[in-house]
Design a protein around this ligand. Structure first.
Ligand SMILES: NC(=O)c1ccc[n+]([C@@H]2O[C@H](COP(=O)([O-])OP(=O)(O)OC[C@H]3O[C@@H](n4cnc5c(N)ncnc54)[C@H](O)[C@@H]3O)[C@@H](O)[C@H]2O)c1
Length: 337
């Protein structure tokens, strides 16, 4: 499905983080809809480096890109020599997804370096090439502020959230200094869908609970999960928002848009819908929530996203899980390392 009247076929498109969940879906969107576009993926993929929290340093995986026919550059956005490899191209569009995406990584230096400094270097490339830049911000910037969350009222409560907030601030300043540029931030809420499997423990609860059920286990939820709410958004709608952002009708050359459905649903709902899709009726196992500062309700105010981008979510939680369920089954039991 094409989400825009822009003809990307003659365009050169950079996707940083293109071996990851959202980036690889973007890459296939362009490949499928605009086979004559030049798509360049820049990603460091995964090394075997494991962080103190037990998660990998980066989650890119070649299996997300099986069938991708474009250009792949393995490089680290923190390494200026690696970024020089991008000089062989002139980008019309840059979709910046590469990041430390692990919200529970507390190595502040690493998070800030990767998410903030590298973004500055990418903005310089965008300026040189006169590219339109769409970058990934995050709903984490809202911290535990009450729902619905609105752009302009932020409260970052961990290094990841702070780094995304700083990206937004930097983009705003950069756009003022460079009025001919278009720099658009996407505040993704809880994204789920195909190609997230390799994020392992940082993948959505949709796939994690789905696999617990397929293992024949009682799906594990925190106590009071019927009251812990999230704005869950299916990957196809996230791609829609990214594509429509290329033609932002905002008043400024830097805008930030919430990317959610505008509705919050509970983790209990997720578990129930999965059980209904999988034809099971396991009792949930409820455990104590070990996290301080756990967001109790995220719900995107998408008024501006609707007005300026013409964005309209196509998937409810029910229809998103229904579209996703065969993929959840397909990858079940395979190795995600
Ligand atoms: N998935 C969500 O629910 C969600 C929500 C809010 C924001 N985001 C943001 O959206 C973007 C994409 O998220 P995702 O879910 O696809 O995560 P992901 O971890 O699957 O993708 C990130 C990609 O960046 C790559 N990467 C990490 N560090 C790198 C480095 N130093 N150099 C080059 N590449 C590097 C990884 O290998 C990976 O392929 C991220 O910026 C994330 O913070 C995601």
């Amino acid at each position: 499905m094409s989400y825009s009247d822009i003809n990307f076929d003659s365009k050169t498109i950079l996707i940083t983080g293109g071996a990851g969940f959202i980036g690889s879906n973007l890459a296939f969107y362009f490949q499928n809809n605009y086979p004559n576009s030049t798509i360049v993926i820049f990603d460091c993929f995964r090394s075997e480096e494991v962080l103190p929290n037990g998660n990998l340093l980066s989650f890119g995986h070649y299996k997300n890109l099986i069938g991708f026919k474009g250009n792949i550059i393995c490089g680290n956005i923190n390494n200026k020599n690696d970024l020089l490899l991008l000089n062989d191209f002139k980008f019309d569009y840059i979709f910046h997804q590469a990041a430390i995406s692990d919200t529970r990584l507390y190595n502040q230096e690493l998070v800030m370096r990767t998410n903030v400094n590298a973004f500055y270097d990418l903005l310089k490339i965008a300026k040189k090439d006169n590219s339109i830049t769409i970058y990934a911000s995050s709903a984490a910037t809202y911290g535990s502020l009450p729902a619905p969350q609105i752009v302009g009222l932020e409260s970052p409560e961990n290094p990841y959230a702070y780094s995304k907030y700083m990206m937004d601030r930097m983009a705003s300043k950069y756009a003022i200094l460079n009025p001919s540029m278009l720099i658009i931030g996407m505040r993704f809420f809880n994204v789920y869908g195909p190609r997230e499997f390799y994020k392992a423990k940082t993948s959505s609860m949709v796939i994690q609970l789905g696999h617990q059920i397929l293992d024949g286990k009682n799906p594990v939820l925190f106590k009071n999960s019927n009251k812990i709410l999230r704005d869950f958004i299916y990957i196809d709608d996230v791609i829609q928002a990214n594509i429509k952002a290329c033609k932002s009708k905002g008043i400024s050359n830097h805008e930030i848009y919430n990317v959610g459905t505008g509705e919050s649903r509970s983790f209990q709902d997720v578990s129930n819908i999965l059980q209904s899709e999988l034809g099971t009726s396991f009792k949930n196992k409820y455990i104590q929530n070990p996290y301080n500062g756990y967001q109790s309700n995220t719900q995107a105010d998408i008024t501006k996203t609707r007005e300026n981008l013409g964005f309209e979510p196509n998937f409810s939680l029910e229809s998103g899980i229904n579209s996703y369920i065969n993929e959840i089954k397909r990858v079940h039991g395979s190795e995600n390392s």
